[in-house]
Ligand binder design. Structure first.
Ligand code: C2E
Ligand code: CA
Ligand code: CA
Length: 707
């Protein structure tokens, strides 16, 4: 209680003697007391205001002050402060009045031994009252907090109770929230308590009919296993809408066999809507709102799993011509607009049951679950849809579609194969041979071969299976060697020597060309370093490079490093570029070329005349040599116009201060023509085929070649 602290007593007594006697008798009874003695009304008021007391003892018969007055004063000050009336004599009635006003007890002076236990009892009672008051305040507080939480959580806190007969009731459900879903007229009043009751039937009625079974099943399972019950269900609102609730509750089996769950049901309507958007995005392409690859693949698998009967399923892969270039040049917004326009045109052509999807870029897939007998007609119809130009950003542009087709069951045994084969067919479309291709087995052979080359080549690079042959370039009159071209060879363990035409295209497609290219450069520079040291060569070694290599931002840096490693000056190297490389509007390609040229590396344009013949580019770039393609040389002696063309190329190149090399010189006759045209160098079987380094070294020592 109060430990050893003295009991603080406010003693209201007119007689000094009596006061002293009272205190004395308490002390004698073993009680530690600290008394403050007053004898009038003001004294009482002042004492209460200024000091703290544990109890008030009040004499009953005072001339200026009635015990009733004192009782009221004390009550007003602190209803928990106990007051005991001490009296000599007292009548029944007045005692009742005083007790009524709030006095705790009444002790007769001739029974003074009773006073001490009375005080102790009252002090204990007051302490309990104070504690209860604190508890009650806390309860009210937490009730308010609960109400606040209940009001603010988007859901319902509940206790579900299932009797052994299966009947249900719910308590702890906030009426405010429930009112949205069910008629709460029969529920308690939320003003008196946030906790109300509802019968199970009332709530179950509010659950969406489609979700009632789910709800009941989840409940039955949870009651059986005593695992938490987690269920999502819809409640119909009074206004006719629905809200999604996610209810999670923990079951507890009571001793009588009934089950009670405490839980919370959250309103997840917004979340559900967000999930629906997310799910939509998982299945549909945001640009065109068409099914995406994943969704389409699922639908395709589903289609193939249905019995075929007499049907055949067709898969059309559609790509837009020159789309990659478009994307680079026009930016994202215009690209999306074009893709949407394409999607709209394709949508128009859909027959019931057919599925159109966008995979990526301008790559669409069309599934015909029941392909028409005359599929060609359908394909031409598709083409026709692309005969009108598209308008993007106010600009008209003509774009054709290429289509690859695969059929089930003829071409493929499952969805993956179908997709693969249609795509393979699409990649084999050559505009000169029509805008669509049906899949054919040999296409896969080609694709498989490409794949084989790509894997094997990576191994060849690490196993020193890449080697170089060299072919001399000779002076047209004196026939001495004035150059040499390095030509790559692949020495395969099983297949023997593989010529570059068989693997360079695959290496370019698979990206291995980059490492292969550096290996070729490294070997060529190492070899030329040996020949130079032996005084066998004073011309730059020619090395072929692919456009892919030049698109690497660090190409010039790495070539420079190779020159340093082999101790060769940049003038010891000549790089052969193709026309398709230099017509590319690619800043990286141009930067690599100009960087290396400024160092002193020289450049030749290979296979001139075969592709684009851009003389304008020739003057823009630091290219000092033009190599006329073997085709023109071989035609030169057969057709006058080709002879004229070669002559013109030589003349124009000379006018632009470029050297001209004739490739593939095979006959004496060709030699005579080229000499007459003042070609600067000749390369061809007439002088030498490409040969291994050792053989090339013999030629270099020999110096002059026949021809
Ligand atoms: P290219 O650069 O036009 O090389 C000349 C090709 O013509 C060589 O074929 C050569 O053997 C062949 N040739 C030379 N003289 C004659 C002739 O009188 N008659 C005939 N019929 N052919 C002749 P090769 O070595 O098979 O190379 C083919 C192509 O492969 C090269 O054509 C070049 O484009 C590419 N290539 C070769 N090595 C490399 C390389 O290291 N990197 C890259 N990116 N491409 C390379
Ligand atoms: Ca070449
Ligand atoms: Ca060539």
């Amino acid at each position: 209680m109060r430990g050893t602290d003295p009991v603080r007593i406010l003693l209201v007594e007119d007689s000094e003697l009596d006061a002293a006697w009272l205190m004395e008798s308490l002390r004698r009874g073993g009680m530690q007391v600290e008394a403050h003695h007053v004898d009038n009304r003001d004294g009482v008021a002042a004492a209460l205001a200024q000091r703290t007391f544990d109890i008030v003892l009040c004499d009953y018969s005072m001339p200026s002050l009635s015990p009733l007055e004192v009782t009221l004063l004390v009550q007003a000050h602190d209803p928990d402060l106990p007051l005991i009336v001490v009296t000599g004599t007292i009548g029944e009635e007045s005692a009742v009045a005083v007790m009524h006003a709030g006095a705790a007890d009444l002790v007769l002076k001739d029974r003074i031994a009773r006073l001490r236990p009375a005080i102790e009892r009252e002090l204990a009672a007051a302490t309990t009252r104070r504690q209860n008051r604190v508890i009650e305040q806390a309860r009210q507080q937490s009730d308010m907090v609960l109400r606040g939480i209940a009001k603010n959580i988007p859901g319902i806190i509940f206790r579900r109770y299932m009797r052994t007969d299966g009947s249900l009731s719910y308590t702890y459900m906030q009426k405010e929230l429930l009112a949205d879903f069910i008629d709460t007229g029969d529920l308690g009043d939320p003003a008196t308590s946030p906790l109300v009751m509802a019968s199970g039937a009332t709530l179950l009625r509010a659950i969406h009919p489609d979700d009632r079974k789910t709800y009941r099943d989840a409940m039955a399972l949870s009651a059986l296993t005593l695992e938490p019950m987690i269920v999502e269900f819809r409640l119909s609102t009074a206004s006719g809408g629905t809200r999604w609730l996610r209810s999670q509750s923990q079951p507890e089996k009571l001793s009588d066999g009934s089950v009670q769950w405490d839980g919370i049901a959250l309103d997840v309507t917004e979340l559900k809507a967000a999930e629906a958007v997310r799910d939509h995005l998982a299945y549909f392409d945001p640009v065109t709102d068409l099914p995406n690859r994943a969704h389409f693949t699922r639908l395709l698998i589903e289609t193939l799993s249905r019995p075929l009967k007499d049907r055949r399923v067709a898969l059309l892969c559609l790509g837009l011509e020159a789309f990659a270039d478009f994307q680079d040049g026009w930016g994202l917004a215009a690209t999306d607009a074009l893709v949407r326009a394409v999607a709209d045109r394709l949508r128009q052509l859909l027959e019931p049951g057919e599925v159109l999807a966008r995979f990526e870029g301008a790559y669409f897939c069309l599934l015909l679950p029941d392909a028409p007998a005359d599929l060609d007609q359908r394909l031409w119809q598709l083409q026709a849809a692309f005969s009108l130009p598209f308008t993007v950003d106010g600009v008209q542009m003509s774009r054709r579609a290429h289509v690859g087709v695969s059929l089930y069951p003829a071409d493929a045994s499952d969805a993956t194969e179908m997709l693969q084969h249609a795509s393979t067919a699409l990649h084999e479309v050559k505009p000169s041979r029509g805008p669509f291709r049906y899949y054919a087995a040999e296409m896969t052979e080609r694709a498989v071969k490409r794949q084989w080359i790509q894997t094997e080549l990576a191994a060849a690079l690490t196993n020193d299976r890449i080697t170089l042959y060299y072919q001399p370039l000779v002076h047209p009159v004196r026939h001495h060697i004035i150059g040499a071209e390095a030509l790559v060879r692949w020495q395969h363990e099983v297949r023997g020597l593989i010529p570059p035409a068989d693997f360079i295209p695959a290496a370019e497609q698979g990206g291995q060309i980059v490492e292969l290219g550096y290996e070729v450069l490294r070997q060529a520079l190492k070899q030329t370093a040996l020949w130079r040291a032996a005084g066998l060569c004073d011309f730059p070694i020619s090395v072929n490079v692919s456009g892919i290599q030049l698109m690497r931002p660090d190409f010039s840096v790495r070539v420079r490093a190779l020159l340093d490693q082999t101790g060769q000056p940049p003038t010891a190297l000549k790089l052969e570029l193709t026309e398709s490389t230099i017509i590319r509007d690619d800043d990286l390609v141009h930067r690599n070329i100009t960087d290396l040229a400024s160092l002193g590396v020289s450049f030749a344009l290979d296979d001139f005349g075969m592709e684009h013949s851009v003389f304008s580019r020739l003057s823009e770039l630091p290219i000092d040599t033009v190599k006329v393609d073997r085709f023109f040389i071989s035609q030169m002696t057969k057709a006058a116009e080709h002879a004229a063309l070669v002559q013109a190329i030589v003349a124009m190149s000379h006018a632009m201060h470029k050297q001209v090399v004739a490739e593939g010189v095979e006959t004496q006759e060709e030699l005579i023509y080229l000499r007459a045209y003042q070609c600067d160098a000749l390369q061809g079987y007439l002088f030498s085929k490409p040969v291994p380094a050792a053989a090339m070294e013999l030629l270099l020592r020999q110096g002059r070649l026949l021809g």
